[in-house]
Structure formats: structure tokens, C-alpha cells
Design a protein around this ligand. Structure first.
Ligand SMILES: C[S@@+](CC[C@H](N)C(=O)[O-])C[C@H]1O[C@@H](n2cnc3c(N)ncnc32)[C@H](O)[C@@H]1O
Length: 430
């Protein structure tokens, strides 16, 4: 990517930051630097603030924003501070994401910020290594596969360095969209954008403490995740055009806490049946709680390793399988790194290889449970081609004509204001 670097001798911290907050930033940064490997920073900050009661609400927000801003631009900041602008991959073959943290943690907050400009404000081509170097190979593959121009690739890279927005999905089974939107505004939630039942919001209060949340009137779910649910639904209803929705049987085989299960259960208007499984018990317990709050009764849960062949319930076996099988696969989560910018420095290529084998395994095993004429949807919250289109190409080769591709998409809200996710819908040929 571009190599021009930001100007020196200006401050990273915003001029409006009070002196005390600058001091606190140094303290918090020092605490974080004690970790050899970066922890999930959001969680760590929450517990840090619980232990250090002197931080008021305003300070907590200021400190959090500044730490996250630094983490987003860590590679550029580290280069500057260590005066290594001219390093390139040949000179530094061991340049891996964790190395950036190894270097950054040897610096004080003042050293880290002393030589940098307000990076977030600069166009990407002036940001130097604000987007980590290891993005480059993945970005090139993505650029080729999505047939992006260089400008589009740069715009995408830049969007990955912005703070993430907050999207919610209205549960319209029991309440109308207008009614919920009005209730939310009464609770101090600003609605910035509305696309049908998808709302981009800014909350001055915790959304979890609003009466609308307690009443199950909405779920927090990113725009792209909602787009995956919408694609599942449209492929399912097309492939089963003449069937009543109440007859649909769905298997969500990596259901987690049920973001997509709940959306599909809502689209089914609480009819049909969704079998939601996950290898872990705990997220399924959370899913049950959420379903109860949302008034949804068409969901059954079970702990299951989806790399094992599933014996179908009798009502599903008699029709040859499920109308829809959704594999929302475990992945690098690269499309959500805007939310937790430190995750990119924890990234290990071995973990990516492990995910790729698991994803291929899930596709081969879970696809056996799709009924003839039914739909298989594979999705990830990653933008890496290897975890997405490449997996689908390999699966289609392996399936040897048993499946046809309906559509595959990289999802991101048109203005880039969402996570980046992928989904492919395939039809099982009759
Ligand atoms: C991307 S998350 C699912 C998110 C969820 N579908 C949603 O929309 O909120 C992937 C899930 O796959 C689960 N998983 C990992 N390996 C699995 C396996 N072998 N069988 C079933 N689930 C698995 C993980 O526990 C995790 O909850």
C-alpha cells in the first residue's frame, strides 16, 4: 500500500483533551503494555475502569476513544517512534502482526504519540502503514476477486480503520416498526438512518437498559449480518415457492447466541421450525433467553458438533432433509476488526489455516442435511477470499454437480457503514 508518511512534531492527542485525561491515558496505556499478548481491549478496559473508580463517564469515553484510535494506527505509530519508516518486508522477513505489538509495548504513551499527526483525519495515501502490512496480500486477493479498482481497494482499506457503527434489527412479530422507533427516541436513542427494520443508532444510554429492549422489540445486529439473513430468506422462499412458510424446516448449525436464528425466526413470523445447534452450550443458553424475550417459540436448540453427521429429526427425515441449512462458520472475523482493532495484531496465519480446514469440513458434512431442492447458505464475518469464494469454489468442485451456486456476495452497507461479511447461497440439485 502507499508509503507516504504523516508529518512529524505534532500531537496525536486532540488539543481539547484535558491535561488530567492525558495523564490518565499514559497510565492506562502502561497497564495495557504489561500484556505480552494483546488481550481483548474493550473487556480489559471495562475491568480496568471498574478497578479504578476515579474515571468518570466522560474520562472513560475519552480514554477509550484515544486508545482505540492508537490501536487502529499502531503500525504507523510504531514505525514513527522507532524511526523505521524505510523498513520493508525484505529487510524484515519476520514482520508478523504480533511483532507490531511487541514493539509498541516498549513505548510510553508520550513516545508513541510524539511524532504523529492526527492520523485518523488524513487520507489513506498519507497514512503510511496505518493499515497493517499483512492486510496487503489479503487485500490484493480481494481486489482481484471483487474486480475493484485501486481506488476502491484503498477506500475499502480505509473503511476498515474507521470506528464501527451500531445497527439494530426491529422485531416486527409483535410490535410495529414505527411504534418501536418512537419508543427508542423517547429513551434517548438517536436514529441516524432507517432501512425498513434496520436502524443505525447512536445511544446516549445503554441500549440494554431501554424498555424496548426488555420488551424484545429489537436486537443488536450489524447491517451485514442482517443482509445475510435476508439472502437466506430470499433464496429459501424462491426455492420453495409453492410451500407455505409455516412448513419450512431450517438448521442453523453454528448458531452461537443466535443473531441469525432470531432474524430467521422473525421472518418466519414465529411459524415453521428452526433447529439451532452449536458446539458450545453457553451461547445456546443466551439464544434461549433472547428467544424468550423476543416472544419467539419456533426455535429448538441442541449442543452439536456440526462436523459430525447429524441424524435428522423424523419430521425432517421424511422430506429428505432441511429446506435451509445455514453454516455461519467460525472464521478470522477480519470483517469485524473495526470493533476491536487490536484483534488484527493477534492474528496468526496458523489460526487462519485451522479455520479454513474447519470451514471445509463443516461445508462437506452439514451439506448432507439439505433436502433436494433446498438451500445451503455459507457465511462468514471475514473479507478474506480464502475463507469465502475460495471455500465455495472448492466445495462446488468436491460436490461434483450436486450443488449449484445461486449467489455469493461480500456484504457491506453501501456507504461502508457496517461490518464486512460474506455469504453464498447454493441450491441442492434434485
Ligand atoms: C460466527 S459464530 C456464529 C454466530 C451466530 N450465527 C450469530 O449470527 O450470532 C460461529 C459459531 O460456530 C461455533 N462452532 C465452532 N465450531 C463448531 C462446530 N464444529 N460445530 C458447531 N458449531 C461450531 C462457535 O461456537 C460459534 O458460536
Amino acid at each position: 500500500m502507499a508509503s507516504a508518511l504523516p508529518h512529524r512534531n505534532s500531537s496525536f492527542e486532540t488539543p481539547s483533551l484535558p491535561l488530567q485525561s492525558r495523564h490518565s491515558l499514559g497510565e492506562v496505556w502502561g497497564g495495557l503494555c504489561e500484556f505480552e499478548e494483546l488481550p481483548p481491549v474493550d473487556k480489559w478496559l471495562q475491568s480496568y475502569f471498574r478497578r479504578n473508580r476515579k474515571f468518570g463517564k466522560r474520562d472513560r469515553t475519552l480514554v477509550r476513544n484515544q486508545i482505540f484510535l492508537a490501536l487502529r494506527h499502531l503500525e504507523a505509530l510504531t514505525h514513527h517512534s522507532l524511526e523505521m519508516e524505510n523498513l520493508n518486508r525484505e529487510e524484515e522477513p519476520a514482520w508478523i502482526p504480533q511483532t507490531i505489538w511487541e514493539r509498541a509495548r516498549t513505548l510510553s504513551w508520550a513516545e508513541l504519540c510524539a511524532t504523529s499527526n492526527s492520523l485518523a483525519e488524513l487520507p489513506l495515501h498519507q497514512q503510511g502503514r496505518s493499515v497493517p502490512r499483512f492486510f496487503d496480500d489479503h487485500l490484493l486477493l480481494r481486489q482481484q476477486r471483487s474486480e475493484w479498482s485501486r481506488q476502491e481497494a484503498l477506500a475499502f482499506a480505509r473503511s476498515q480503520n474507521k470506528p464501527a457503527p451500531l445497527w439494530i434489527r426491529l422485531n416486527t412479530v409483535h410490535l410495529g416498526a414505527k411504534e418501536t422507533a418512537a419508543q427508542l427516541q423517547e429513551s434517548g436513542v438517536n436514529i441516524l438512518e432507517q432501512l425498513d427494520d434496520r436502524l443505525r443508532v447512536q445511544a446516549n444510554t445503554s441500549l440494554y437498559h431501554t424498555p424496548s429492549f426488555a420488551a424484545g422489540a429489537f436486537e443488536i445486529q450489524d447491517w451485514s449480518s442482517q443482509e445475510i439473513g435476508a439472502h437466506c430468506w430470499s433464496s429459501l422462499t424462491h426455492s420453495r415457492e409453492n410451500c407455505p412458510h409455516s412448513s419450512f424446516k431450517v438448521w442453523d448449525c453454528c448458531a452461537g447466541a443466535g443473531g441469525k436464528t432470531l432474524q430467521l425466526a422473525t421472518l418466519l413470523r414465529n411459524k415453521g421450525a428452526i433447529y439451532s445447534t452449536d458446539i458450545r452450550q453457553r451461547p445456546l443458553q443466551e439464544l434461549k433467553k433472547r428467544a424468550k424475550r423476543d416472544g419467539l417459540t419456533n426455535i429448538r436448540t441442541m449442543v452439536w458438533d456440526a462436523t459430525e453427521k447429524l441424524s435428522l429429526p423424523r419430521s425432517v427425515a421424511c422430506r429428505g432433509g432441511y429446506d435451509l441449512v445455514l453454516i455461519d462458520a467460525p472464521c478470522s472475523s477480519s470483517g469485524t476488526w473495526r470493533r476491536n482493532p487490536e484483534a488484527r495484531y493477534r492474528f496468526k496465519s496458523q489460526t487462519l489455516s485451522d479455520f479454513k480446514s474447519l470451514q471445509a469440513n463443516l461445508l462437506r458434512t452439514a451439506s448432507a442435511a439439505v433436502a433436494p431442492g433446498g438451500v445451503l447458505t455459507y457465511s462468514t464475518c471475514s473479507w478474506f477470499v480464502e475463507e469465502n469464494e475460495q471455500q465455495i469454489d472448492d466445495f462446488l468442485n468436491w460436490a461434483n454437480g450436486e450443488y449449484s451456486l445461486i449467489s455469493q456476495n461480500l456484504h457491506q452497507e453501501p456507504n461502508g457503514n457496517s461490518d464486512t461479511m460474506f455469504s453464498a447461497c447454493l441450491r441442492k440439485n434434485t
